[in-house]
Unconditional design. Sequence first.
Length: 115
Amino acid sequence: VQLVESGGGLVQPGGSLRLSCAASGFTLSTYVMRWYRQAPGKERELVAGLSVGGSSTNYADSVKGRFTISRDSAKNTVFLQMNSLKSEDTAVYYCYARIRGVVTWGQGTQVTVSS
Protein backbone atom coordinates (compact mmCIF):
# COMPACT_ATOMS: atom_id res chain seq x y z
CA VAL A 1 0.00 0.00 0.00
CA GLN A 2 1.50 3.31 -1.06
CA LEU A 3 0.46 6.91 -1.61
CA VAL A 4 2.62 9.24 -3.71
CA GLU A 5 1.86 12.96 -3.87
CA SER A 6 2.94 15.36 -6.58
CA GLY A 7 2.09 18.78 -7.93
CA GLY A 8 3.40 21.06 -5.22
CA GLY A 9 5.54 24.10 -5.90
CA LEU A 10 5.91 27.85 -5.59
CA VAL A 11 2.93 29.98 -6.60
CA GLN A 12 1.99 33.62 -6.19
CA PRO A 13 -0.93 34.68 -4.01
CA GLY A 14 -4.15 34.27 -5.95
CA GLY A 15 -2.72 31.49 -8.06
CA SER A 16 -3.72 27.85 -8.42
CA LEU A 17 -2.17 24.42 -8.05
CA ARG A 18 -3.48 20.91 -8.45
CA LEU A 19 -2.05 18.23 -6.19
CA SER A 20 -2.21 14.56 -7.11
CA CYS A 21 -2.06 11.48 -4.91
CA ALA A 22 -1.47 8.24 -6.77
CA ALA A 23 -2.47 5.12 -4.85
CA SER A 24 -1.07 1.64 -5.27
CA GLY A 25 -1.86 -1.61 -3.53
CA PHE A 26 -5.53 -0.78 -2.98
CA THR A 27 -8.54 0.68 -4.78
CA LEU A 28 -8.94 4.19 -3.40
CA SER A 29 -12.60 4.50 -4.39
CA THR A 30 -13.48 1.96 -1.70
CA TYR A 31 -11.92 4.00 1.11
CA VAL A 32 -12.26 7.47 2.58
CA MET A 33 -9.48 9.62 1.19
CA ARG A 34 -8.20 12.81 2.83
CA TRP A 35 -5.73 15.63 2.33
CA TYR A 36 -3.94 17.10 5.34
CA ARG A 37 -1.38 19.85 5.60
CA GLN A 38 1.25 20.89 8.07
CA ALA A 39 2.75 24.35 8.22
CA PRO A 40 6.05 25.05 10.03
CA GLY A 41 5.55 25.07 13.78
CA LYS A 42 1.93 23.96 13.52
CA GLU A 43 0.06 20.70 13.93
CA ARG A 44 -1.08 18.69 10.95
CA GLU A 45 -4.63 19.65 10.02
CA LEU A 46 -7.36 18.14 7.89
CA VAL A 47 -7.92 20.06 4.66
CA ALA A 48 -10.42 17.96 2.70
CA GLY A 49 -12.06 14.54 2.70
CA LEU A 50 -13.79 12.39 0.11
CA SER A 51 -16.24 9.66 1.08
CA VAL A 52 -16.28 6.09 -0.15
CA GLY A 53 -17.86 6.24 -3.56
CA GLY A 54 -17.15 9.95 -3.82
CA SER A 55 -20.65 11.20 -3.13
CA SER A 56 -19.70 13.38 -0.18
CA THR A 57 -16.90 15.83 0.54
CA ASN A 58 -15.89 17.91 3.51
CA TYR A 59 -13.49 20.83 3.87
CA ALA A 60 -11.79 22.88 6.51
CA ASP A 61 -13.49 26.24 6.92
CA SER A 62 -10.30 27.97 5.85
CA VAL A 63 -10.38 26.40 2.37
CA LYS A 64 -14.12 26.14 1.63
CA GLY A 65 -14.96 27.63 -1.73
CA ARG A 66 -11.32 27.61 -2.83
CA PHE A 67 -10.23 23.94 -2.72
CA THR A 68 -11.88 20.93 -4.34
CA ILE A 69 -11.12 17.26 -3.68
CA SER A 70 -11.88 14.75 -6.42
CA ARG A 71 -10.72 11.42 -7.78
CA ASP A 72 -10.09 9.60 -11.03
CA SER A 73 -10.94 5.96 -10.43
CA ALA A 74 -9.38 4.82 -13.69
CA LYS A 75 -6.05 6.32 -12.58
CA ASN A 76 -6.57 5.35 -8.92
CA THR A 77 -5.65 8.92 -8.07
CA VAL A 78 -7.14 11.60 -5.83
CA PHE A 79 -6.68 15.29 -6.51
CA LEU A 80 -6.78 18.55 -4.61
CA GLN A 81 -7.51 21.56 -6.79
CA MET A 82 -6.42 24.69 -4.96
CA ASN A 83 -7.53 28.09 -6.22
CA SER A 84 -7.16 31.63 -4.88
CA LEU A 85 -4.16 30.54 -2.87
CA LYS A 86 -3.07 32.60 0.11
CA SER A 87 0.21 32.83 1.97
CA GLU A 88 -1.39 30.98 4.88
CA ASP A 89 -1.89 27.95 2.61
CA THR A 90 1.88 27.43 2.63
CA ALA A 91 2.51 23.96 4.06
CA VAL A 92 3.49 20.41 3.27
CA TYR A 93 0.41 18.63 1.95
CA TYR A 94 -0.14 14.96 2.71
CA CYS A 95 -2.45 12.34 1.30
CA TYR A 96 -4.09 9.99 3.84
CA ALA A 97 -5.92 6.71 3.74
CA ARG A 98 -6.87 4.19 6.40
CA ILE A 99 -6.67 0.73 4.88
CA ARG A 100 -8.08 -2.12 6.97
CA GLY A 101 -7.39 -0.15 10.14
CA VAL A 102 -3.85 0.87 9.17
CA VAL A 103 -3.19 4.55 8.52
CA THR A 104 -1.08 5.28 5.46
CA TRP A 105 0.47 8.66 4.63
CA GLY A 106 2.19 9.83 1.51
CA GLN A 107 5.60 11.48 1.66
CA GLY A 108 4.13 14.95 1.30
CA THR A 109 4.48 17.71 -1.26
CA GLN A 110 5.53 21.27 -0.46
CA VAL A 111 3.25 24.14 -1.41
CA THR A 112 4.67 27.64 -1.01
CA VAL A 113 2.52 30.69 -1.68
CA SER A 114 4.65 33.79 -1.94
CA SER A 115 5.21 36.80 -4.14
